[in-house]
Design a binder for this molecule. Sequence first.
Ligand SMILES: Nc1nc2c(c(=O)[nH]1)N[C@H]1C(S)=C(S)[C@@H](COP(=O)(O)OP(=O)(O)OC[C@H]3O[C@@H](n4cnc5c(N)ncnc54)[C@H](O)[C@@H]3O)O[C@H]1N2
Ligand code: MOO
Length: 411
Amino acid sequence: MSCCDTPAGLLPFETALSRLLAEIHPIATQQTVELGQSIGRVLAEPVISRVNVPPYTNSAMDGYAIHLTEPAAASYRLIGRCLAGHPFEQTVAPGECVRIMTGAQLPPGANCVVMQENATLLDDETVAFSDGLVLDRNIRHAGEDISAGATVYDAGHCINTADIAVFAALGIASVSVKRQLKVALLASGDELKLPGTTLNPGELYESNRPAIHAMLTRMGIEVRDFGIIADDKEQLKSAFLSAAEDCDAIITTGGVSVGEADYTKDILTEIGEVNFWKLAIKPGKPVAFGRIGPAVFFGLPGNPVSALVTFHQLAVPALKKMQGHEQIHYPTQTAIAASDFKTSPGRTDFQRGILFHDDQGRLAVRSTGAQGSHMLTSLTRANGYVILAPQTEPVRTGDLVKVQWFDALLG
Ligand SMILES: Nc1nc2c(c(=O)[nH]1)N[C@H]1C(S)=C(S)[C@@H](COP(=O)(O)OP(=O)(O)OC[C@H]3O[C@@H](n4cnc5c(N)ncnc54)[C@H](O)[C@@H]3O)O[C@H]1N2
Ligand code: MOO
């Protein structure tokens, strides 16, 4: 094998991802949800504004709305007062002003707001200004943020917290979103125990399912959690069949390699179809992707880092595509290696690193240390990936490497 050959039988990462995405179709069904329930959901239709934001031209400061004359007068006649929610209807004539508060509708005729710090009341009806007599100063125009008729969001946009403010400002109380995905999740292994229970010799606490459950929930996905299932072919098969009945996708961890109690891939072959099984990636070589009936199937490896990295790199883009997201790929950047990195001949290596800006402001990255696929701390100490293409030459400090910041799912 030369430096960049893929070991026999292992599918390159990019090929696997594109084969997987080619199998996934965005769900068609949509539903209406109230704003409070819309976080993380994906818009099924574009959002077109029916109103201006702001809806009326208003003052950005507490002060005086004036009808500025050219040249400016030495003082202006005060004709009234204007508070937010109480428009002042009278037209402000040249040389006149109105006391105004932040957010109050600008009275007709006013063309400048002077903040009160620059105003001196000469008497009850006369104000002089020391500064700020500039046309259009401190005026927020109707529709200058969003104008009526504008397309504010395209279909496929994933709703975030700031969007809730925008919808509310547009007067929108409910939105049309894609149906929520339902995903089955299970962990397989006789050695796995629930946190909070007592371990017997040879047992360990199960960590993959709780973490993936949390990430699915963050993605706005309904989880049907089958818990821990023993290394028993019949029990696993019946769980897979039950999950395929009412879930869009099935995610399993463990039992996907070549050991004597690794049944996942055999069951998938028997009751569904296997699209690919072994990948040229590290961590996560054994990943079974396929289908059982209408449900897509991701058999992720049991090793804790392998499970989370393959979930994040392969299952998340697929689930996002199914959810109808417009953005499904993670952006990558180039950074300067601030430590050496070992490479994995023939496998794309998703190492975990700490990204930072060096003292010259350049993006740099150092390793989180030992990168074994059982070393959860390699992941939790990291804020991004260092993606090393299949190569034999190790990366030396100062070399350029491809990096990816963790998103909110891992961060
Ligand atoms: N002869 C070979 N052996 C292995 C190969 C191979 O190619 N040939 N691949 C190795 C790689 S790489 C990985 S990754 C693992 C994946 O194996 P499985 O998916 O079958 O996973 P298990 O054997 O069930 O478990 C592996 C490891 O992870 C622990 N584990 C499992 N599930 C959980 C969980 N939910 N939470 C926490 N920890 C979990 C388990 O106890 C094992 O230590 O196979 C290699 N072997
Ligand atoms: O893929 Mo395994 O994750 O290398 O240990």
